[in-house]
Design a protein. Sequence first.
Length: 188
Amino acid sequence: MPIVLDLFKQTGALLHGHFVLRSGLHSREFFQCALLLQDATIAAQVCGMLAEKLSAYEAETVVSPAVGGIIVGQEVARHLGKRHIFVEKDGDGGLVLRRGFEIKPGQRFVVAEDVVTRGGRVQETIQIVRDHGGIVVAAGSIVDRSGGEIPDFGCPFVSLVQMNVETFPANDIPEDLQGIPAIKPGSK
């Protein structure tokens, strides 16, 4: 959706430079959703669009991976009139369910995330739900920067923006990026 990409640009949330992603890959572009979502009106607008796409899937609860997905999940849940829970880092880099949140067997979930590159956090979140006996009926993100390379989550996946943003392994960084110090702007 061009409007969403325009909002990223207007809010300064689409960054250009040399970035190290959570996956360890390097990139020239970074979607800093925190800058986009700091404006509550924009957060409501963008997450409302994602909620509209996810509304086709019957669920009781929205679950999101922390940190980036918390605002997205909360806003999507608000628009859908559903409960929101989140999974968070366990200290070893993985995700766990805490804070008294419960997943009951047979309970239906949608997963809401900010940005997906390889889909690792979405996969972990889905697995936690399944390990507790829950059912994930769909997953969605504001940005899908995978270029169509996300894994099969075992459920439908939707996003507002699909981009094929170049990424590079650490041992194969293009010359133009080699002279620019790499930064990790994410939540890790």
